[in-house]
Design a protein around this ligand. Structure first.
Ligand code: 2HG
Ligand code: ZN
Length: 524
């Protein structure tokens, strides 16, 4: 974590980067190229704001397309309409201008694609299910899109060890369904499970709803197969739980957002499917009570506690209004979801009931409902999982994914609300309280530069003041990369840039993402 002194230096570093590069950016090609190719207003604005300009990669030529068509006939997409959905992120806030999507099926094909692009100096945007929220999964300019959509084979599952080996393009929910049939589950669960790919999950080190119980992918991913920028395959696809031979290289690729290599296969340790799952959905009258309820339930439920999520009343109002869902618990400023996963339903229900009785008696909780059957559990989870979707109905959404000491989590929402007053439509807070992860979302009718100025860098300064992280689980992608120094000291960023330069000397892999580029930092 960056110390306060380093952070102050970091802020000055950022300001000087913006000043210098902006002036250069204006006189060069980026904004013109973007406008000419129909990029959306926000990406033009963001490129101007952070002086992102197209790096001197080669431009796609007819000969390149012909090469790929020979390599994988029928899996090369060039039609403008067909390429369109791959060019825009799920939030529709970042839009690239790629003219080519490649859909390899094998690691050998990924190798051949990257070897060719490396030689030709063509930039590549690796893309999984395209569910990212920071503009990391779509091209910024005309990068070739390398989609893992057809790399969707399960390679093996070992029932004794619970280790699954699969290709990177497997959809998370499909993997979970497959495992459930064998009495196991994925250690990861998130709202986008129906479309996100496991390779993308690993590349962003996605956190999600089960992290409290099963830990992060940094612990559950045992091995990776990665294709490097020059096309050479790196086989670290071990299924060993213990392996202390040299550096753990896979960790470098977990959370690297496709900037260091393309993940083609994953080996992952999967937990046993719990025999009994219960869900309590409760109303609390203050955030202090949300915190105390967490402390109490953790102490009383012990190892069967598998999730502790919270949302504020504004989230609930939007979910009910836009998605026509109806909450069985109402009239509370805060709501919490407490999930238990265990092996004995009688024992677990008894523990949960004891906790609920105490929580009600002491006034921690004022209302609530408990679900033990699948249908009701799913319905209650959807009130929390679909907040992201509900927010998109409100107009433009400014998203922040912050790690903080748990006691400070909601203060940021309150301070932001006071700061923005009527200039924002909604300022809402929800997230993975058990992991100290706040999702602060601000909505407005449409994108506005002045509202962004009121939010940033205030939100990052606030986070750094309490030694938090400006990206808990979504990554930095395109939208947040210029703010990395609020959470990392300059020395760490320089080291990261050195790793990038070593593994991808031409910078062809997911350029303009995750790190302030060497070009920009060299101007500082
Ligand atoms: O939309 C968001 O800000 C959060 C999305 C996701 O991480 C969640 O926890 O629902
Ligand atoms: Zn989340």
């Amino acid at each position: 974590m960056a110390s306060t002194a380093l952070w102050s230096r970091g802020a000055a570093w950022l300001r000087s980067c913006r000043g210098t590069a902006l002036q250069r950016g204006r006189s060069r090609e980026a904004p013109g190229v973007l406008r000419g190719r129909g990029c959306c207003r926000e990406v033009v604005a963001t490129c101007e704001r952070y002086a992102v300009r197209r790096l001197p990669f080669a431009r796609l030529a007819d000969g390149d397309v012909a090469f790929f068509e020979r390599l994988m006939p029928g899996r090369v997409v060039t039609g403008e309409e067909e390429v369109k959905p791959f060019n825009v992120d799920w939030l529709k806030s970042v839009r690239g201008c790629s003219q080519l999507v490649l859909k390899p099926q094998t690691t050998a094909e990924v190798s051949q694609i990257l070897r060719y692009c490396h030689e030709r100096n063509l930039a590549v945007n690796p893309q999984g299910g395209n569910t990212g929220l920071v503009g990391g999964s779509v091209p910024v300019f005309d990068e070739i899109i390398l989609s893992t959509a057809l790399m969707n084979q399960i390679i093996s599952f070992d029932k004794v060890s619970g280790i699954l080996v699969c290709q990177a393009g497997c959809v998370l929910e499909r993997l979970n369904e497959y495992l459930e049939e064998q009495g196991f589950i994925m250690p990861l669960d998130l709202g986008a499970k129906g479309s996100c790919h496991i390779g993308g999950n690993v590349a962003t080190n996605a956190g999600g709803l089960r992290l409290l119980r099963y830990g992060s992918l940094r612990g559950t991913v045992l091995g990776l197969e990665v294709v490097q920028a020059d096309g050479s395959a790196l086989d670290c696809l071990t299924s060993l739980r213990k392996d202390n031979t040299g550096y753990d290289l896979k960790q470098l690729f977990i959370g690297s957002e496709g900037t260091l290599g393309v993940i083609t296969a994953v080996s992952i340790l999967c937990p046993q499917k719990p025999k009994a799952v219960n869900l309590a959905f409760l109303g609390c009258q203050s955030f202090a009570k949300v915190l105390e309820t967490f402390t109490t339930c953790r102490a009383m439920l012990g190892e069967i506690l598998s999730a502790y999520e919270f949302m504020d009343e504004k989230c609930m109002e939007l979910v009910e209004r836009h998605l026509k869902l109806s909450s069985p618990v109402t009239d509370s400023p805060f709501y919490v979801l407490i999930e238990t996963s265990g092996s004995n339903s009688t024992h677990d229900e008894e523990k949960l009931n004891n906790f609920l009785e105490q929580a009600m008696a002491s006034g921690l909780v004022t209302d609530g409902t408990v679900a033990t059957d699948d249908k009701k559990i799913k319905m209650l989870w959807s009130l929390r999982e679909r907040i992201t979707e509900a927010l998109t109905h409100e107009g433009y959404v400014y998203k922040y994914d912050i790690s903080l000491p748990v006691g400070k989590l909601y203060d940021l929402v309150t301070d932001m609300r006071a700061r923005l007053g009527q200039s924002a439509k909604n300022v809402v807070g929800y997230g993975h309280l058990g992991d100290g992860n706040l999702h602060l979302n601000i909505t407005a009718e449409s994108y506005s530069h002045s509202l962004l100025d009121a939010i940033e860098p205030f939100v990052y300064e606030w986070t750094a003041r309490y030694s938090g992280s400006i990206s808990a689980e979504h990554g930095l992608g395109f939208k947040k990369k210029q703010f990395i120094q609020y959470s990392k000291p300059r020395e760490a960023v320089v080291l990261m840039q050195q790793f990038k330069a070593m593994l991808d000397p031409k910078g062809i892999l997911n350029p303009y993402k995750t790190l302030p580029s060497a070009l920009e930092s060299s101007t500082c």
